[in-house]
Structure formats: C-alpha cells, structure tokens
Design a protein around this ligand. Structure first.
Ligand SMILES: [Zn+2]
Length: 259
C-alpha cells in the first residue's frame, strides 16, 4: 500500500501543465497514492492517457470526448473508442457529458446525442462512465431518470443540488468530490457529501484544475487529493485511514477492471 492508501479517481496528468515535471511528479505520487484514473477529453488526450497507463502500473486510463471538445469530432470516433475500450488498463468511458456553461460549445442537442452514443458504447463494453455536468443539471437528471439505464457512472466533481444527489444515489450512482468541497463558500457540496451513502463516495483532484485549500488558484496535482480527503474525514467525523480504505474500495468497485 502507498503512504495514504488513497486513489485519485480523476486527474489529467496528460495536461500541458505537467510537461516540465511529469516523470518526477509521478515517481513521487507512486509513493503517496494507491492509484490514479486519468480520463481523456478527446482523441489525443485519450491516447496519452492510455500511454501513461501502459507506462505506470498504478495509473489507469479512461477514454472519451468531453462536451467542450466536440467541434470537429472525427466521424469514426466511436470506432476509436471501441479500439481503446478492450485495452486491459482502460477502465471507463470518460470524461463525457454536458456543458452548457461555455457559449462556444456545440448546441445542447449535439452534446446530448454524442453523450448518449458514448454511453451506448460503454454499455457494449461493460464499462462505467465518468460524467462531466456543468450548468446542465436539469437535462442531466432527466436523461438519467428517463433514458439512461444499465450503465454504472460517477458524477465527477459533483456540483448539483441535494435533491439531485438524492435522485442519483437512489439509483446507485457514484459521486466524485475534489478541491471544491474544501472551498469556504461551498457549503452546498459539503451538505451533499454528508448525505451521500459512504459506499458511493469517491475522491478526485481534476488536476491540474481546482486545487483544494490551501493551494486554491495554484496548479493541482493528484497528491493534493490527500487535502480533500483529510478535510472530508473531519467533516464526516471519520478516521482518515478508514475513509481512505473505504473510498479506495469504492473506486475499485466502480472501475472494476482495476487490478
Ligand atoms: Zn476532468
């Protein structure tokens, strides 16, 4: 086991922010964390995620097209995903979802179509999905209440309401919590974390973004998942090691190809 026993269930180590020190950072992370799941956001980043997973035992990949990356999506993108999906270290399809925040993103209908196509592919390969949901909570919840069935999912960096969390937890979906849960003005997310059944709780960083306190505004890295987890242990009144073990088990249950 690593020093903390924690998993970072969502980190973008493929990001340019890590170009200068990726190898030395990963060497250090290997001592501190049990594992990392690195989702892709398009073709090149998915390919990079798979490369990292091939190079390092404790890193696993997910592959997918993020809702901010749909302009010019290749016509054969589903074939590309299918080729990666059978790789032993590709443990999920993601990150995929809906993003209504950025005006330059593709229209809602296009985002929803590509999201649903990727979910179908995940089902075909019996893989879970990693969901990005920004300012699209209403449509997202409706999709999961009406259309999406038979796939396991984590709502990464969950930012929905307590009511939405209740609906999703009822259906057994997982919740990823990262640095934003430590922000002073984010009582809403802490309330959700306290509500979510413990067996559906995952920790993540979304590195290089969304650093936890006391690193807010600086580059995030998977090692900082420890700050989020220690903050959560205090909030939930749990022993840190116990919470680390529990969330590690949850991560491996969701991403069941993890060995
Ligand atoms: Zn992400």
């Amino acid at each position: 086991m690593s020093r903390t026993g924690l998993w970072d269930s969502h980190a973008h180590l493929d990001s340019d922010y890590f170009t200068d020190d990726r190898e030395e950072l990963i060497a250090k992370l290997q001592e501190d964390l049990d594992g990392i799941v690195n989702p892709g956001c398009d073709g090149p980043t998915s390919a990079f995620a798979v490369e990292l997973a091939e190079k390092y035992d404790f890193i696993y990949a997910a592959v997918g097209w993020h809702p901010e990356e749909l302009k010019g999506i290749p016509a054969d993108y589903l074939e590309q995903l299918a080729a990666w999906a059978v790789h032993p270290k590709v443990v999920a399809i993601g990150e995929i979802g809906l993003d209504y925040y950025w005006k330059e993103n593709e229209p809602k209908e296009v985002q929803q179509r590509i999201f649903l196509e990727q979910i179908d592919l995940a089902k075909q390969f019996d893989l879970p999905i990693i969901i990005h949901d920004r300012d699209a909570h209403g449509d997202m919840l409706e999709l999961f209440q009406k259309e999406v069935k038979g796939v396991q999912a984590v709502f990464h960096c969950f930012s929905g309401s307590l009511e939405m969390a209740k609906e999703l937890a009822k259906r057994g979906y997982y919740f990823g919590f990262g640095g934003t849960s430590t922000y002073k003005n984010n009582q809403k997310t802490r309330e959700v974390m306290q509500y979510v059944p413990k067996e559906l709780l995952l920790f993540e960083t979304d590195s290089p973004y969304l650093s936890p306190v006391p690193f807010r505004g600086k580059r995030n890295n998977p090692g900082y998942v420890e700050y989020t987890a220690r903050h959560a242990a205090e909030l939930l009144g749990m022993d840190f090691a116990e919470l680390a073990a529990l969330t590690a088990a949850n991560t491996k249950r969701l991403f069941k190809k993890i060995k």
